[in-house]
Design a protein. Structure first.
Length: 209
């Protein structure tokens, strides 16, 4: 989490300069077609930056589209969005590309992040394992949000947690990447988890997203 410079001193004219908001970086990761672009677009207060390109025959045999055969575009760099919270915090959202051939970009996207949301799809649960492993190795706090796709079989959270084999302190929750209230809840849970993980006080946690 990077803080903007504080300008508390009063200028010669007697007008107190406004304090710059604190910038918070959050990464949205997960497998191909799991809903990362959708989540960024759902919560961003600005028109999100997207780097989607049409899938072509060059991806045949390279990109695994089993279970998401209807998907015809893919993120080739990153998704980017922004949320402002009470003029005190600005949250910058970075969505990672899902395919293995673009994983080399993850280090740049994840640099300086407060934490990460790992999106999962129960139809392709193993697709989220590389993201989980990546953030565990970097010791980046993260939560797992299971995107509830229409037609997908529903499982209890206890079953999902067992299948993911996560540590006891990693939050796992259900979400709908198309719904603003659901995405906000995931982001709030992540910030609270990341603050506790990093040993920051509750008073420092942003409220009222």
């Amino acid at each position: 989490m990077v803080s903007g410079p504080s300008r508390r001193s009063t200028p010669a004219g007697g007008v107190r300069a406004r304090r710059l908001p604190t910038a918070v970086k959050i990464v949205i990761a997960g497998g191909f077609g799991v809903g990362k672009t959708t989540m960024v677009g759902t919560v961003s207060e600005t028109q999100p930056l997207r780097t989607e390109e049409l899938l072509t025959d060059r991806g045949v045999g390279v990109d695994d589209v089993a279970g998401v055969e209807r998907k015809d575009t893919t993120t080739v760099a990153m998704d980017f969005g922004r949320i402002t919270m009470r003029d005190e915090y600005v949250v910058y959202l970075f969505g990672t590309p899902g395919q293995k051939r673009f994983w080399f970009m993850w280090d740049e996207v994840a640099l300086g992040a407060l934490g990460a949301v790992v999106l999962a799809d129960t139809r392709r649960l193993s697709d989220c394992f590389p993201s989980v492993d990546y953030f565990e190795r970097r010791k980046t706090p993260f939560v797992v949000a299971v995107n509830c796709f229409e037609g997908a079989k529903r499982y209890d959270l206890a079953e999902i947690e067992m299948a993911l084999n996560l540590g006891p302190k990693v939050p796992v929750m259900l979400c709908d990447a198309r719904r603003l209230d659901s995405c906000k809840e995931v982001l709030i849970d992540l910030v609270v988890h990341a603050m506790k993980y990093r040993g920051l006080s509750e008073e420092a946690q942003p409220q009222n997203v």
